[in-house]
Design a protein around this ligand. Sequence first.
Ligand SMILES: Nc1ncnc2c1ncn2[C@@H]1O[C@H](COP(=O)(O)OP(=O)(O)O)[C@@H](O)[C@H]1O
Ligand SMILES: [Mg+2]
Length: 263
Amino acid sequence: MSSTVLEINSLSKRFGNHAALDSVSFNVGRGEIVALLGDNGAGKSTLVKCVAGLFQADSGEILLEGAPIKSGTPAKVRANGIGVVYQDLALFDNMSVAENLYAGSEPRWPSGLGGFAFTRHREMLQGARETFDRLEVRIPNLNTPVGLLSGGQRQAIAVSKAIAFANKLVVLDEPTAALGLRERTNVLRLVKQLPHTGVSVIIISHNLEEVISVADRAVVLRQGQFVGEVPAIQENHETIVSMIVGGSSHYRGAKQGGDHVRV
Ligand SMILES: Nc1ncnc2c1ncn2[C@@H]1O[C@H](COP(=O)(O)OP(=O)(O)O)[C@@H](O)[C@H]1O
Ligand SMILES: [Mg+2]
């Protein structure tokens, strides 16, 4: 069994009297790709925001390599090696592609060093270009404000940003929803490469074929609760559908394998 990178223990989060997450627990191993699945409203994005430090859970804990992730510190989460693509992308429309790529991670320059700002901008553009080239994402002009780009390009930028800077965990909340076929294939190829560098992945997608092609394990939530987890393999396709929609217990016949199976 791979060593655990992320541990989610009895995580609960309420909005008013609605339990968006109700005592959810699961782990992510080093270099493992976990698909987080569930119908709309199951609590997936809420969980992502807890991992990212944007939401404070009401109870439970999230441990990254054994250390608790605290809320209110998304920059710290990023500094700790976690890259997140939020479902709503969270890009700054009025800022350029390059500025978006680095937003939240610029080094703090001492005041009064105006000359540095220009050099810094050039370095930033060069770094951004190298990042997109490495990721094979085609963005013709990095000075273009992000608000003028297509949905697919915006999604590619958000994914590039998460992947480029994370060295422990990448969390992708529906990263291919706005993409065409070629871009979708590209993103999935990049996701599949991450475990080779020891990076773990949590990916949310409604496309089960995509999930099965990329993930090791499927974790299913329903109405804020953990339903179960099974290997993300073709033989478990129907099982996973049953786990997502509920109302059936025949998923207990799931093909199991490895250490991470609970249904
Ligand atoms: N900021 C919020 N304020 C109030 N309710 C929210 C908020 N975010 C999510 N919810 C509610 O929490 C539940 C889970 O939402 P979400 O995590 O977005 O689900 P999913 O991503 O699985 O579709 C839903 O009922 C949703 O309406
Ligand atoms: Mg969501």
